[in-house]
Every structure is written in structure tokens, then in C-alpha cells.
Ligand binder design. Structure first.
Ligand code: G3I
Ligand code: 9MR
Ligand code: ZN
Length: 540
């Protein structure tokens, strides 16, 4: 066996038989071979193309293509004078286990129930956060808050984060239903409902608890401070507090509940009605809200803020989803006026900037219903942005659309969001070139990146091992919880470990697989969720 050379970077989850198959080599050019893992026999030989200058990493990189290798097996890339890549599979079903793991990750984030061995394997823990929570500023009021997903490496539960995660999962289910026919080993598996919906429902039932009788929605429920990094969820006994309601939370809640009402219609009409009623009440509260300013943490709350200055985009999204679900004129009119006066980005799929979800809701509604004028403008805007993303892919060495300044906290979400944008562009236009561009983002996430690292725990021969994830730190199990997407490189060095380890590095290299590096190596539900969408696209 040749020496493994970390400069030769492959998609560690593998490639499907008929996929285009690329790898990147940040070493000298020349010939390359694809060799069988067993026996080392060369089955393919080609020429590296390049070099291309990659601005985000400062590297010059070559690219190899072995798309015509279509025989199932385990292989390595070999570059004479350098070495060989990690082993990888060529396999018709290469990504099924990735979709399943990315989705199963949400089960591992469940709060308020014991995670038992038949479902959780070795990553079990006792039921957590079962108590009532105090309402901030209303000292005598205690309300239920159980269930839902822990947000991230911490145990907070935040409404706007939950809404993005649920929206991505529901879009994945709507767009790629065939990817969600398998059961993934959760307590509800086999109940006649697809597991994606089972899992999302666990979050929705919790979100319903975040709504107050007047329709408003708490921004979050957390302890006052983050617990220690090695605290298991069941040992996090500090008092829970609902932070005040917010317009951002109400809008995102209304939008995601209206989506859920559609998704559950065929499986449980009663639950679907519950979701829709909740959405309508949140919308009505938002419409009447005197003040739509964003949320700021109260002085005594030190957990994630999820601050948001602009909440007109949440209203735009909510109106679009409510219209798509009900067809009622009031929502169409509200949407049209939100669109006409929009001063927020119309194509973003973030937790704060949610305009893209509203736009998608319109683009996925049969033409004519919202007004052909608006729909055409939004479609053109969507495609213009897709062209811009695709043009960027044609430049950098890794053929992804991230610009150097987009390597921020959660850059892997930006990466997956842009892939989602490109995939929808393919759907809207019928032009597979956008999906081809999105595939480079998928390859990047799973190993074709300047660190040669799979950013998904448990997937690939060299994946992240030390995420900033309290259960993974505290459970005494060597392997981290599987299926988690790490935040990714963050050029802004926003934690002590990053400041210590990453000074002076180019943006795409500002990542450290250290459990203390929450600004590069945490996980969140809304970084996993767009990856579920992308995986579902490429598995089928
Ligand atoms: O978008 C801006 C960009 O315009 C700016 O020029 C650049 C320079 O700083 O940064 C970009 O902003 C960053 C922003 O994330 C982008 O979403 C901020 O620097 C960065 O501080 C901010 O980080 C957020 C972080 O909380 C701190 O507030 C992350 O998005 C957000 O995902 C993260 O969320 C935390 C929760 O609070 C608690 N639970 C864990 C979760 C993940 O770490
Ligand atoms: O663990 C926290 C992580 O989930 C958050 O994303 C991050 C930023 O809000 O904060 C982490 O908590 C750190 C705190 O902010 C500062 N002291 C160290 C904490 C990590 O143990
Ligand atoms: Zn919990």
C-alpha cells in the first residue's frame, strides 16, 4: 500500500455508479490512477486537470475525473509522486446511509424522553428537561415546555432555529419523497407514517407548547446560562426560563406550522388542523403586533440570542405559506403587499433571513394563484441568483459557490443552503447543470475540501471526531453521536480554541476539530436540515 496523502481529497461517502465523480489533489499534476482497495489493481487511469487557484484556501489544486468508472467496489485514488487517497466506495446506494444518519441525528437531539438502546445504540441517555419553565418577567407563571429537539451542542430550544430545521425537512420530504420510504429506527418507526414526518412531529408538538393563548410565541426556552460542556442532558438541572415572545418567533412559527398542516393532511387530519389553527393564531397576533422589532436577550439570559433585526421577512414567509395551505385571499393580499414593500433578501434560507422560504412557497404554488406578475419576478430572481452561484462554482478550485467572506460561523449551512438553491433552480428550469454545481457542495461536505475532512460525524474514513456537542463530550462513549454536520470553517475566530489554533489561516482552513471550538465545530439542527435535503437529492 502507498502512503495516504491528505492532499488527495475524495467524497468519503463514495460515489454512485452513474454519478460524475470528481476528486481534488492539492499536489503536483500529472497522471492518476484509481486502484482497487483489495489487491491494488489499477482499474482506471486519467490525467489531472489544473492547477486552479483556490482563493478561499490559498491553494493551487488539480482536479481528477473518473466518472466513467461505473463498477461497484472499494477504491483509492493514486497519484504517482504523492500517494493515495482515503478509501471510498463506488456504490449504487452510496448515500442512503448518509440520508438516514443525517435524519436520525434529529432523534439524537430529542429532549424530554429517554433515548433507549434499541434506537440510540450506545448513545443512550435518560429523559431530560422534564420540568415546567418560568416565564421571564412573570415570576409566578410556570408553563410546560417538554419535548422537541435540543438546538445544538447546547440544550436550549429556540423557535426560529426550529422553524428553519422543520422547513428544510418538510421541503426535503415534499421534493424527494422516495428518499424517505425507509425506517430509520426511531420509536415511531413502522406506524404507517414516514419517519421524517414522525421525527418532525416530535418538534412540532413541542413548538405548539411555545405558543401562548393570545397566539404569540416565545422566542426560546433555555436555562439562564449554558451548562458545563460535559453535562449530560439529564444532569442539566438548572431552572428553565421562557424568554419573551417575539415577532420573529411568531412569523417563523406561523410559516412552519402552515407547512406542517399540508404535510400531515394525508396522515392525520386532526393534527394537520391543529397546526393550521396554531399558524393562523400566530399570524393574527403578528398582524396586530404593535411592535415588530427583533429580539434581544434579556439581561439575565446568556444563552443563544438568535437576534433578528428584520422581521418583515418572517411575515412574508408566513403569508406565503398560509396562502399556499389555505388559498385564502387575505393571505395572498398580505403576501403581495409584503413583497411590494420588501426591504429584505428574497432568496435567503437562514434562521434570521427567511425570505427564500416565502419565495419558495410561491414558486411551488401552481402558477397564477398568487399572480403571474409576482411569480415571474421571483422565478427570474431565483434563477439569476442560481446563475451567480453557478458562475462562482466555475472559478474556485473546489467548484463550490462560497465566497471567501462566507466562511462564517456555520459556513457549512451556507454551503448546503446554496446547494439547495441550485437544486431548486434545476427543478424550476429543467437544466441539470445547476444540480451538477450543487453536487460539488455535497462532495465538499463529505471530504473534497481543503482539510480533507468529512464534516459529518460517523460518515467517511476521516470525519470530525470531537464536535462541541455536550452529549458527545459527556457520555463516555469514544465515538461522537453520528450523523451530525459540523459548523465548518469560520474565518472570524470566535472562540478561544479557534484563536489559539487558527491565527493567520486562510478562510477555508479556519476549522479545528476540537470540542472547545463552538464557533467552528458545533452542530445544530438547522445545519443538519439542509444537508438532509441535499442528501435526499443525491441519493436517488
Ligand atoms: O453574516 C455576518 C456577516 O455579514 C458579517 O460580516 C460577518 C462578520 O462577523 O459575520 C456574519 O455574522 C455571523 C452570523 O453568525 C451569521 O449568521 C456572526 O459573526 C456570528 O457571530 C453569528 O454566529 C451565530 C452564533 O450563534 C453566535 O450568535 C451563528 O450564526 C448561530 O448559528 C449560533 O447559534 C448558536 C446558538 O446561539 C446557541 N446554540 C448553538 C448555536 C450554534 O453555535
Ligand atoms: O456551548 C455554547 C455553545 O452551544 C454556543 O454556541 C456558544 C455561543 O453562544 O457558547 C457556548 O458556550 C460557551 C460560552 O459562550 C462561553 N464560555 C464557554 C462556553 C462553552 O463551554
Ligand atoms: Zn433535554
Amino acid at each position: 500500500m502507498e502512503r495516504e496523502d491528505p492532499r488527495i481529497r475524495v467524497n468519503q461517502a463514495g460515489y454512485r455508479l452513474t454519478d460524475s465523480k470528481r476528486f481534488v489533489a492539492a499536489c503536483a499534476g500529472g497522471r492518476f490512477e484509481i486502484r482497487r482497495e483489495a489487491g491494488g489493481q489499477a482499474v482506471y487511469a486519467g490525467e489531472l486537470a489544473g492547477p486552479a487557484a483556490d482563493e478561499a484556501s490559498g491553494e493551487g489544486v488539480y482536479e481528477g475525473d473518473f466518472s466513467s468508472l461505473r463498477e461497484e467496489g472499494t477504491y483509492r485514488v493514486f497519484v504517482p509522486g504523492a500517494g493515495e487517497s482515503l478509501p471510498f466506495r463506488v456504490d449504487a446506494q452510496a448515500y442512503r446511509s448518509v440520508t438516514d444518519a443525517l435524519l436520525k441525528c434529529f432523534y439524537f437531539q430529542r429532549c424530554g424522553m429517554e433515548l433507549e438502546a434499541p434506537y440510540a445504540g450506545v448513545w443512550t441517555h435518560k429523559a431530560c428537561h422534564l420540568g415546567l419553565a418560568r416565564v421571564h418577567g412573570e415570576e409566578e407563571v410556570m408553563l410546560p415546555q417538554t419535548g422537541g429537539w435540543h438546538d445544538a451542542g447546547d440544550y436550549g430550544k429556540y423557535t426560529v432555529a426550529a422553524a428553519k430545521a422543520a422547513a428544510d425537512l418538510l421541503l426535503a420530504f415534499e421534493t424527494f419523497p422516495a428518499a424517505f420510504g425507509r425506517t430509520i429506527g426511531i420509536p415511531e418507526s413502522g406506524n404507517g407514517v414516514p419517519d421524517l414526518l414522525n421525527e418532525v412531529r416530535y418538534e412540532l408538538e413541542f413548538l405548539l407548547r411555545m405558543q401562548r393563548p393570545d397566539g404569540s410565541v416565545f422566542h426560546k426556552v433555555t436555562t439562564e446560562r449554558f451548562p458545563a460542556l460535559d453535562a449530560m442532558p439529564e444532569d442539566d438541572a438548572a431552572e428553565l426560563v421562557f424568554s419573551p415572545v417575539s415577532a420573529a418567533a411568531a412569523g417563523a412559527f406561523a410559516a412552519s406550522m402552515a407547512m406542517a398542516a399540508r404535510a400531515f393532511r394525508a396522515y392525520d387530519a386532526g393534527f394537520s388542523d391543529t397546526c393550521l389553527e396554531a399558524a393562523v393564531r400566530a399570524w393574527e397576533w403578528l398582524e396586530a403586533a404593535p411592535d415588530r422589532t427583533g429580539f434581544r436577550n434579556p439581561a439575565d439570559i446568556h444563552t443563544g440570542e438568535y437576534g433578528d433585526e428584520t422581521t418583515d421577512d418572517e411575515a412574508y414567509w408566513a403569508a406565503a405559506e398560509l396562502f399556499r395551505t389555505t388559498g385564502r385571499d387575505v393571505y395572498r393580499d398580505a403576501f403581495r403587499s409584503a413583497f411590494e414593500s420588501a426591504r429584505f433578501p428574497l432568496y435567503e434560507l437562514g434562521w434570521a433571513d427567511v425570505g427564500g422560504y416565502g419565495t419558495l412557497a410561491v414558486l411551488l404554488t401552481e402558477s397564477g394563484r398568487i399572480g403571474a406578475d409576482i411569480r415571474d419576478r421571483l422565478l427570474r430572481g431565483w434563477m439569476d441568483r442560481a446563475d451567480e452561484l453557478k458562475a462562482r462554482c466555475d472559478r474556485g478550485g473546489y467548484r463550490i459557490s462560497l465566497t471567501p467572506d462566507q466562511y462564517i460561523w456555520g459556513s457549512n449551512m451556507v454551503l448546503m443552503n446554496q446547494a439547495m438553491h441550485l437544486i431548486f433552480a434545476s427543478k424550476f428550469s429543467g437544466d441539470s447543470a445547476y444540480e451538477d454545481a450543487a453536487r460539488n457542495h455535497w462532495d465538499y461536505l463529505l471530504g473534497v475540501n481543503p482539510l480533507g475532512l468529512s464534516y459529518v460525524t460517523g460518515i467517511g474514513a476521516r470525519a470530525v471526531r470531537h464536535p462541541h456537542h455536550r452529549p458527545s463530550v459527556g457520555d463516555g462513549i469514544e465515538d461522537p453521536v453520528p450523523g451530525m454536520v459540523a459548523g465548518g470553517p469560520n474565518r472570524n475566530l470566535q472562540d478561544e480554541a479557534a484563536k489559539r489554533e487558527l491565527q493567520g489561516r486562510p478562510p477555508a482552513l479556519c476549522f479545528v476539530d476540537d470540542r472547545d471550538s463552538y464557533s467552528t465545530n458545533e452542530m445544530t439542527i438547522y445545519w443538519n436540515s439542509p444537508a438532509v435535503f441535499v442528501s435526499a437529492c443525491f441519493e436517488g
